[in-house]
Design a protein around this ligand. Structure first.
Ligand SMILES: [Fe+2]
Ligand SMILES: [Fe+2]
Length: 138
């Protein structure tokens, strides 16, 4: 997958979450730039750490937002499980990073770009619609 660029259709009309998503894309771009520049293991691991740390922060923030805005329990459980599954998969990539940081950086970039794009456009947007955030804001 090539560079992931923010576009308006990706907005879920929720400023905090949209800006988190934009920041996640920025970390993915940084990772892509570092890989393209042929930088070493340390530089790759630094941006991967930042990306993973921010992903975790974002999931926590988002889960609280859904809960505080009246998402029903089944939806909350389901969405949290998706976030947790991603955390587990990313951990597996990071574990492999001790073997070949460049390859892992490429794999993680492709995997996370696809996952995030799909999750934002379908699952985050679906949650936002369900809890009526969009309707309340306008
Ligand atoms: Fe999200
Ligand atoms: Fe989410």
């Amino acid at each position: 997958m090539g560079r992931i660029v923010w576009q308006d259709y990706m907005s879920i009309d929720q400023g905090v979450i949209d800006s988190d998503h934009k920041k996640l894309f920025k970390y993915l771009s940084d990772l892509e730039d570092i890989l393209a520049a042929g930088q070493g293991k340390e530089a790759i691991q630094k941006v991967v750490d930042d990306l993973v740390g921010y992903t975790n922060e974002h999931f926590d923030r988002e889960d609280v937002l859904w809960e505080q805005n009246g998402a029903d329990n089944a939806d909350l459980r389901d969405h949290r499980a998706k976030h947790q599954r991603l955390r587990d998969m990313v951990k597996a990539y990071i574990y492999a990073a001790s073997q070949d940081a460049v390859q892992v950086g490429h794999n993680l970039h492709t995997f996370l770009s696809n996952w995030l794009l799909h999750h934002i456009v379908h699952e985050d947007a679906g949650m936002a619609r369900k809890i009526g955030i969009t309707a309340q804001k306008k």
